[in-house]
Design a protein around this ligand. Structure first.
Ligand code: HAM
Length: 540
């Protein structure tokens, strides 16, 4: 049998690497607490419409990368019966309907055009004993009822029709003569389209609306840590299940949610977090994509400018030039870059208020000493952004150099049917943060976890006593590895040497006397320690 592996683009995170993940998450939680953020946990899957409306139909994320499925699929026997009739209309002239023996869903009872031959047909989602049982019951009833009383006479067969998984039509027969036919087609009705979240901002805003958090009149400052899913081509720093640490500040305008100070505070918090994590060499790219009106104006300017060049650009750009010209700036095709570099920049389409806002953001950053560079191509790959947009990049990451991204989304709540609730937020790619820190720390990033002691019972009869001793020490806060009485002493020493700083031998003598033998690996010294002093000795 072939072994099963983690799906492409997903991976297992194992110790000791997970210790680094935990350290990063703990640092983020501590920093967020100091800025008065609380944690929000939204579901990993949501209604597909949330992302289509929030993130935008024309974005790469929604148009190509989502894991979407129809949930609560229900088998639709009438669709299958229709299809089957169409496949068989030449053989049968009469598709009467009759209740099955068990009173189950209606089964068909067609008669052959040229003879007395008839079939009882049952349509099911799959081949099952239940379906065969129903058919056998109906068949014996039909055979035992004379035609004048509504039966079919002797020439009756039973047929079970099920969907074919491979798309091929086939027929077989069971030992007792029931025909099993497989027909191709989709005979399932969907009830709801669901999607694994490709990002968390839309979910947070949905929750904000659903729980009427705006009614409090306060700013909501929410952070999240969790997996996100995008069907992208996997490479270093890019996975199909990846993790984000993100935060959102959202609220009614009266709570100050529109203030450029919120933008500056978020950026200053990010600089603090990266510094506290020990990430050096990051660059903050900053831009403004203006208000919705500015963006509409810029889209028009772009459309006009693109008219001239777009026939020479890639297929995606040709489509975007019509549907959403701003997305052309996301294009990564090398041959298109000279065209994109020559396009008008968004800064020239911003109105006075947007320019003043952006100036206020940069002035506050200057005052706080947070360095940044302007990047007029930074329009971000999600449609909800307005005004400030930003990314922090890191040179050590290679092609996927965006450590984190974010920006303002003043119209998102209304787009999702909620009240006016301007907001700003970001999401850090946790996988990329880990890669960056690992590269910076070198080997130090994975210090092997070493327990304070390995408790080695001498013989299986001492296993229970060893558990009691380990429990005693663990309750005192020590890290204990518990061996096994089936190990020979040499094997216990080898296992202990790999996992712990010391070994505590627990034999019958030690148990009776209460004096334990402890060996410290770094010095090779063996010590006799009374049980009452053991915890203190092991923590020294
Ligand atoms: P985003 O730029 O799509 O923004 O993603 C944020 C970060 O997630 C990226 O900078 C990157 O570090 C990481 N990331 C994205 N895709 C992958 C992937 N396939 N593998 C590994 N890491 C990845 C958002 O998601 C917005 N929701 C951010 C936001 C919050 N804007 C406002 N509030």
């Amino acid at each position: 049998m072939s072994t099963l592996k983690a799906v492409r683009g997903t991976r297992d995170l194992l110790p000791p690497e997970t210790a680094l993940w935990n350290r990063i998450e703990a640092t983020a939680r501590a920093v967020f607490a100091r800025y008065n953020f609380g944690e929000i946990r939204t579901p990993v899957f949501e209604d597909t419409a949330l992302f289509a409306r929030g993130v935008g139909e024309e974005t790469d994320i929604v148009s190509k990368e989502m894991y979407t499925w129809e949930d609560g699929e229900r088998f639709d026997p009438s669709a299958m019966a229709d299809r089957w009739r169409r496949l068989n209309y030449e053989r049968f002239d009469d598709f009467g309907e009759s209740g099955s023996a068990s009173g189950d869903p209606i089964d068909m009872a067609p008669r052959d055009i040229n003879s007395d031959y008839a079939e009882l047909v049952v349509f099911r989602a799959r081949e099952s004993d239940e379906a065969l049982h129903v058919l056998r019951g109906a068949l014996s009833k039909a055979l035992s009822t004379p035609p004048r009383l509504g039966g079919y006479g002797p020439n009756v067969k039973a047929r079970l029709v099920v969907p074919s998984s491979g798309g091929e039509r086939s027929e077989s027969e069971t030992a007792d003569g029931i025909l099993i036919e497989k027909i191709p087609g989709n005979f399932f009705k969907s009830s709801q389209s669901l999607t694994l979240r490709p990002e968390n901002t839309a979910g947070v805003v949905r929750a904000y609306i659903e729980h009427q958090l705006g009614e409090t009149g306060q700013l909501q400052k929410l952070y999240y840590i969790g997996p996100q899913f995008r069907r992208e081509r996997p490479q270093k720093g890019r996975y199909r299940q990846f993790y984000q640490i993100g935060a959102e500040v959202i609220g009614p305008p009266s709570a100050g949610s529109e203030s450029p100070l919120r933008d500056a505070e978020i950026l200053e918090m990010l600089a603090t977090l990266l510094d506290e994590l020990g990430i050096t060499g990051w660059t903050l790219h900053l831009n403004s994509v203006g208000s919705a009106a500015d963006r509409a104006r810029y889209n028009e300017v772009l459309r006009t400018a693109l008219d001239l060049v777009v026939p020479r650009m890639c297929q995606d750009c040709q489509r975007r030039a019509v549907t959403n010209p701003l997305r052309v700036l996301d294009c990564k095709v090398p041959a298109d870059q000279p065209f994109i570099d020559a396009l008008p920049v968004i800064a020239d389409s911003l109105d006075g208020a947007s320019l003043a806002d952006f100036a206020a953001v940069t002035a506050a950053l200057d005052a706080a000493g947070v360095p940044y560079i302007f990047n007029h191509r930074l329009v971000r790959g999600l449609d909800y952004y307005t005004r400030t947009t930003f990314e922090f990049t890191h040179g050590g990451l290679g092609a996927q150099n965006a450590l984190l991204g974010g920006g303002r989304y003043d119209g998102l709540s209304e787009m999702l049917g909620g009240p006016k609730a301007p907001g700003i937020g970001f999401a850090i790619g946790l996988d990329r943060l880990v890669l960056t820190l690992q590269a910076q720390l070198g080997q130090e990033s994975a210090p092997p976890q070493v327990a304070d002691a390995f408790v080695a019972p001498l013989g299986e009869s001492l296993n229970a006593a060893a558990l009691v001793l380990a429990r005693e020490l663990r309750h005192k806060g020590l890290w204990i590895e518990l061996g096994d009485g089936s190990f020979r002493l040499k094997k216990s020493f080898e296992a202990a040497d790999k996992t712990a700083r010391r070994i505590v031998i627990l034999g019958e003598d030690e148990l009776q006397s209460g004096i334990l033998t402890v060996k410290t690996f770094s010095t090779g010294i063996q010590t006799k320690v009374p049980r009452a002093e053991l915890a203190e000795f092991l923590s020294s």
